[in-house]
Structures are given as structure tokens and as C-alpha cells.
Design a protein around this ligand. Structure first.
Ligand SMILES: NC(=O)c1ccc[n+]([C@@H]2O[C@H](COP(=O)([O-])OP(=O)(O)OC[C@H]3O[C@@H](n4cnc5c(N)ncnc54)[C@H](OP(=O)(O)O)[C@@H]3O)[C@@H](O)[C@H]2O)c1
Length: 196
């Protein structure tokens, strides 16, 4: 399948990054149900210098009540935020922030991606609704999935039975690490799946 290209001829390289527990939990009360600093560190290293696509609820959880701190922590990222119901409010609220762009639907986001002239990857960073829509609706555009498998079962209010064992992705690497962890359940496993 050919890769989508932008107006300037650059490939639009959409990638997905997420962490899932053994029972498929993604989140609880609009936050992560685990606290794994080394995985967050790895996450920021991977997405460094890239634009990130994020749903409004996950964006709110990143910003919490301190936009300045969040922008500092994410200093090399541009946020491409999807919101339908809060579009006008968020557009106005974040209009002075060049690194925060608000989109009211996937078509508008795709329009931006097509017009974009830079070639670095765009990371889809959640939450559930955004992962699922982009995985399903424009899955031909997703070139890879970076998945942290968090050992153990976690309670949550959102989960995803992600099927990486389809004919469309192949495992590129799998890395277990437990050095800094004291988990009874086992080590963290990091997998990278590439589109076939
Ligand atoms: N485990 C992980 O790796 C990971 C990563 C990220 C997030 N999470 C978790 O995921 C959970 C949040 O997921 P979620 O599904 O509830 O929320 P979400 O995907 O973060 O945000 C959903 C919101 O995004 C907007 N939206 C989604 N699709 C849209 C579209 N096509 N067009 C316009 N707007 C759109 C809507 O905003 P409006 O309501 O404003 O219209 C919608 O309510 C949290 O628990 C979070 O911690 C987990």
C-alpha cells in the first residue's frame, strides 16, 4: 500500500504509541492507572521533536491546571488537539500558543497533515477514542505502533483489545526491561510493530 504524501511531496508518517496492561486497560479517571517514570521517560524520548495528535480529554490531563509547566515538559512538541464539542472555546483559549493547534474533526486534521511541509513523524498519543478512530479509519497511514506491555491487571474505565497480530503489522523488536522495577508480575515489555 502506498504511503500518503503531503502537498510538498513528503511522506505523512503517522505512528502510534501507547501502553496497555495485561487485561487491556488504557486509563482510569482520565489518567494512567500506573506510575512508571522510566516508561514516561522513554515515551518522551521517542516523541521528541515531533507533532503529537491527542484527544481533548488526554490533552486536558496533560495540561492539568498548569499549561506553563506542561509546555515546558513537552517543549519540543506541537499538540494537534481534536475536539468537536469544545472546538470554539479551545480555539480561542489556545489561540496565542503557536504549539497548540485545535482541530474539529479528522478531515481538518488531515488537511493540516497534507499541507505540512516538514517530514518528521507525527505521533498519535491517545486517548482511547483517538487511537481507535485512527487505527480503524486511516489505518493505512499508521506506519508503526510502539507498545509498552505493562505487567499485571489494572482496574480502569477504558481499555482496548488491540490486535497487533493481524496481517498488517509485523513485530520489529521486543525488549523486556526490569532493572529499575520491582514488579511481582514481571518486566515491562516494549514492542515495536511495523506495517507490512
Ligand atoms: N495507556 C496509554 O498509553 C494512554 C495514552 C493516552 C491516554 N490514555 C488514557 O485514555 C483515556 C482517555 O481516552 P478517551 O477516549 O476517554 O478520551 P480522548 O481520546 O483523550 O479524548 C476524547 C475527546 O477527543 C475529542 N475527539 C475525539 N475524536 C474526535 C474527532 N474525530 N473529531 C473531533 N474531536 C474528537 C472529543 O472531544 P470533545 O469532547 O471536546 O468534543 C472527545 O470527547 C484516559 O484515561 C487516558 O489516561 C492512555
Amino acid at each position: 500500500m502506498s504511503k500518503p504524501v503531503s502537498a510538498s511531496g513528503k511522506i505523512i508518517d503517522l505512528k502510534m504509541i501507547l501502553a496497555l496492561s495485561e487485561n487491556g486497560t488504557l486509563g482510569k479517571n482520565n489518567s494512567l492507572p500506573w506510575d512508571i517514570p522510566e516508561d514516561l521517560k522513554r515515551f518522551h524520548k521517542i516523541i521528541n521533536n515531533c507533532d503529537v495528535v491527542v484527544g481533548r480529554k488526554t490533552f486536558d490531563s496533560i495540561i492539568k491546571n498548569n499549561l506553563k509547566t506542561a509546555l515546558h515538559k513537552w517543549k519540543n512538541n506541537n499538540f494537534l488537539v481534536l475536539t468537536k464539542d469544545n472546538y470554539l472555546e479551545y480555539k480561542k483559549k489556545y489561540s496565542e500558543f503557536e504549539r497548540i493547534k485545535i482541530y474539529q474533526n479528522l478531515d481538518e486534521l488531515n488537511g493540516f497533515l497534507i499541507a505540512r511541509s516538514i517530514a518528521n513523524p507525527i505521533w498519535i498519543i491517545g486517548g482511547k477514542s483517538v487511537y481507535q478512530q485512527l487505527f480503524k479509519q486511516v489505518d493505512s497511514q499508521i506506519s508503526s505502533i510502539d507498545l509498552t506491555r505493562v505487567p499485571g491487571e489494572y482496574d480502569g474505565d477504558c481499555s482496548w483489545d488491540l490486535d497487533t497480530n493481524s496481517d498488517e503489522f509485523k513485530l520489529n523488536f521486543k525488549l523486556s526491561w526490569s532493572e529499575k522495577r520491582d514488579l511481582k508480575e514481571g518486566p515491562l515489555v516494549h514492542e515495536r510493530w511495523l506495517r507490512l
